[in-house]
Design a protein around this ligand. Structure first.
Ligand code: PLP
Length: 327
């Protein structure tokens, strides 16, 4: 039996970050996108302190507390080669003195630089699972955890993106921060990968105030997010989610023109760096939502910056497009 982090234990967390994260205005970007100068704000969850920052830090505060309570000696998780979650799990393990094994989709050498370089720096062990996604990748992680247990370790198996119910509690907390910082907010725009970030925000702010932009990381984003929302609230009713599915393009790791345009406009109006997989898609989704009238001037909109900068340095197409723009 592998120790699985239970979702039912008493809420508790370790502290990795500095809270609350800042909420900053983006007046030049707002005007450029056709909003009023005071309409658009950014929640800086790219500035969460640990290991290069990003949204997984909030989840890992809860997940790692549960792992420690279970007596874990090694954290095991999965992801894409440029997984920000894997990188932050590696950093969390370093901070806590726990071993970390990352079971990544792909072959050795299938990705370099960016997150994978930081995984090495933080001392994680990488096991390459081959070209598998979804359940087969989870199964590969389960086998690795089982092997570690047979060798005498106590593994804590953390799901893709840290999106267990317990991990999503980190974004219930972020929702509370937002209600204090911007009580009049109409919409929070958030990238949806494994779904825990959107789920936690929906739990706290209600489904009508959270606009999720699907990034192609999971097969059924609405179901993934709803299951987590139900797990958090303990109810059975399915929330009416605001979810955009129009920004996936050629697939999870493929850079699209609207995403490159979103990266460029955020960088040139506010000096803010987005990433090609998550926050760039969320911004492209916000731009599309303004174009089709789902988000309008005169409302308070918050863009959740969930991090991802290291991933930009591991994404060759984005680096080529950015360097190509040099004059
Ligand atoms: C993982 C990730 C997301 C998506 O969060 P989920 O909770 O997995 O949906 C968004 N942005 C960045 C930068 C991420 O690493």
């Amino acid at each position: 039996m592998v120790t699985k982090i239970s979702d039912s234990r008493t809420p508790q967390r370790v502290t990795f970050g500095t809270w609350p994260t800042p909420l900053e205005p983006m007046p030049r970007l707002a005007r450029t996108l056709g909003l009023g100068p005071d309409d658009l704000w950014v929640k800086r969850d790219d500035l969460t302190g640990l290991g290069g920052g990003g949204n997984k830090v909030r989840k890992l505060e809860w997940i790692c507390a549960a792992a420690l309570a279970d007596g874990a000696t090694v954290l095991v998780t999965t992801g894409a080669p440029q997984s920000n979650h894997a990188r932050l799990t590696a950093a969390a393990g370093a901070r806590l003195g726990l071993d970390v094994v990352l079971v990544l989709a792909g072959e050795p050498g299938s990705s370099s630089s960016g997150n994978i370089a930081l995984d090495g720096l933080f001392g994680a062990t990488v096991v390459w699972a081959g070209d598998v996604h979804g359940e087969p990748l989870d199964a590969a992680a389960g086998q690795v955890a089982e092997r570690l247990r047979r060798q005498g370790a106590v593994p804590a198996l953390i799901p893709l993106g840290g999106s267990s119910v317990i991990g999503a509690r980190g974004y219930v907390e972020c929702g509370r921060e937002l209600l204090t910082q911007a009580p009049d907010l109409t919409t929070v725009v958030v990238a949806v990968g494994s779904g825990g970030t959107m789920a936690g925000l929906v739990d706290q702010l209600g489904p009508e105030r959270v606009l999720g932009v699907h990034c192609g990381a999971v097969a059924e984003p609405a179901r993934t997010v709803s299951d987590l929302v139900r797990g958090l609230s303990g109810t059975h009713c399915a929330p009416e989610l605001r979810l955009r599915l129009d920004q996936v393009g050629g697939g999870y790791s493929v850079l699209t023109d609207p995403v490159m345009a979103a990266l460029t406009v955020a960088a040139r109006t506010e000096g803010i760096v987005l990433d090609p997989i998550y926050t760039g898609r969320a911004m492209a989704g916000l731009i599309a939502a303004i174009e089709d009238g789902d988000v309008t001037a005169g409302q308070r909109t918050v863009f959740l910056h969930s991090g991802g900068l290291p991933g930009l340095f591991g994404h060759t197409a984005t680096l080529a497009a950015a360097e190509g723009a040099l004059s």
